[in-house]
Design a protein around this ligand. Structure first.
Ligand SMILES: C[S@@+](CC[C@H](N)C(=O)[O-])C[C@H]1O[C@@H](n2cnc3c(N)ncnc32)[C@H](O)[C@@H]1O
Length: 272
């Protein structure tokens, strides 16, 4: 693999991380997790739904379809660029309100939702106890919580983490560890019960995530996440080395021309 090929490969995914997130991350990773979460949540027509750390809105839009036009849906995210993409994607069913806010301090009334959802977001929230207390505050009596997280780290992501540590910087590898940091049942149970929820259940389900190939996986993932800024700071030779390590490391996960990664979705459900 020549250095110039790698440079083209890196640059062809230019564009904002939020646009790339919707284009690459959502179909390959976000959607399978969102579907597992929505299936666990069992939403009913007419319900009032809140999606925390909604990103570009994959869960929010699926929830709007499921509760239909008689329901109401709101999405909250800290990142205005993700919300701008969320607002631009068409949806059907319930009307959706988007709010720029932190999960730890929701600009929403007490008891105003039937179900709070969150997919692939809680692990990034610095003060998880406050965020879960806020989720409980905005839920009505008899309200429900359903949260999806991911982990432990699948071997292909461990290979990516090691290559990032080697060729980019320790903070890039640390980001990967945060992604897969919130999956231990005891920790999730303690956090959710500690916020005052009842009937807390944590269960894991296996998912297979499918990517076009190792090179596409690397650059699509990098360009859809905060890793893009860190990888932009190294030179073409460093990016070639990063790609070389990842492509070689992931070779054994390629089957019939696609890269298949087995991951665990961790579903935490509870009631108020
Ligand atoms: C991996 S994305 C998940 C987005 C979406 N739930 C999905 O499944 O595609 C993580 C999201 O968490 C948001 N986030 C991180 N910390 C947050 C916080 N403290 N409050 C609200 N949102 C936060 C980020 O801005 C990002 O959009």
């Amino acid at each position: 693999m020549s250095t110039s090929t790698t440079a083209v490969s890196f640059k062809q995914y230019g564009g904002t991380a939020a646009d790339n997130y919707e284009r690459y991350f959502v179909p390959t990773i976000g959607l399978p997790f969102a579907t597992a979460l929505l299936n666990a949540a069992g939403l009913q027509p007419g319900e009032r739904i809140l999606d925390i750390a909604c990103g570009t809105g994959v869960v929010t839009r699926l929830a709007a379809e499921r509760v239909g036009p008689s329901g109401t849906v709101a999405g909250v995210d800290i990142n205005p660029a993700m919300l701008a993409v969320a607002r631009s994607v068409p949806s059907s069913g319930a009307a959706i309100e988007w709010h720029e806010a932190t999960a730890e301090s929701l600009p929403l009334a007490d008891g105003s939702f039937d179900v709070v959802l969150s997919s692939l977001g809680l692990q990034f929230v610095p003060d998880k106890a406050s965020a879960l207390r806020e989720m409980r505050r905005v839920l009505a009596p008899d309200g429900h919580l359903a949260v999806a997280t991911v982990g432990p780290t699948p071997p292909p992501f461990a290979i990516l983490e090691q290559a990032l540590a080697r060729y980019v910087k320790p903070e890039a590898a640390a980001f990967m560890r945060v992604v897969f940091s919130l999956h231990e049942p005891e920790e999730l149970e303690g956090l959710v019960s500690g916020a005052g929820f009842r009937d807390v259940e944590v269960r894991s389900t296996a998912l297979t995530l499918t990517f076009p190939g190792p090179e596409e996986f690397l650059w699509q993932y990098v360009h859809s996440t905060p890793l893009a800024a860190a990888v932009a700071q190294i030179d073409d030779a460093g990016r070639a080395a990063l790609q070389g390590d990842v492509v070689i490391g992931l070779r054994s996960f390629v089957k019939d021309g696609t890269l298949d990664i087995d991951a665990n979705v961790v579903l935490t459900t509870a009631s108020t």
